[in-house]
Design a protein around this ligand. Sequence first.
Ligand SMILES: N[C@@H](CCC(=O)N[C@@H](CS)C(=O)NCC(=O)O)C(=O)O
Length: 195
Amino acid sequence: MYTVIGNKRSRTLRVLWALEEMSLPYDRQEAMPRSPEILAHNPLGKVPAMTHDGQTFTDSTAIMQYLADRHGLLTFPAGTAARARQDSWTCFALDEFDACLWTAARHGFILPEEHRVPAVKDTLRWEFARAEAHFDTLFGEGPFVMGNEFTIPDIILAHCAGWAQSAKFELSNSRFIDYAERVRSRDALARAMAA
Ligand SMILES: N[C@@H](CCC(=O)N[C@@H](CS)C(=O)NCC(=O)O)C(=O)O
């Protein structure tokens, strides 16, 4: 049994979503960032973590890709050209979307007040819009980034689209908006949110 430690208003939702997509059974342990519950599993205090078979895994992308590889779902096999392209999408999602949102959060409410630079948000909004334009350039026929196959980077990108809205980053590219709406309408996300 997999046990996911974290809270749904965080990247933990990505792992829950992946588990629901794969129809795998799991338990949840509620933990807020930096709480004693997560510090017991991750000395950095970051959520999510996941335990399985006496082992602890951290970082939402590492956890999702571990699950995908282990069960041969939501991924192309390691060592294939398709997997390299899939991993490029994963890196793109993390570098261009996740990084903007995370930096905005850090300068909004996470860093000690004296180290925050609130004005950086304008630059991050501009960077986010540029990332949407780059998505448009890279995206093929769809419906997913890897064509007909729904894979891990789709979860990261669509999660970032939802996160952007709650962080008041207005989405600006119609192809990215359509894509995000399509991916976010999947039943597995609704189940993960209700879990
Ligand atoms: N790359 C990591 C980032 C984890 C992370 O920073 N999580 C946030 C919540 S979404 C957190 O726990 N932050 C607390 C902190 O940085 O102190 C992942 O994808 O899991």
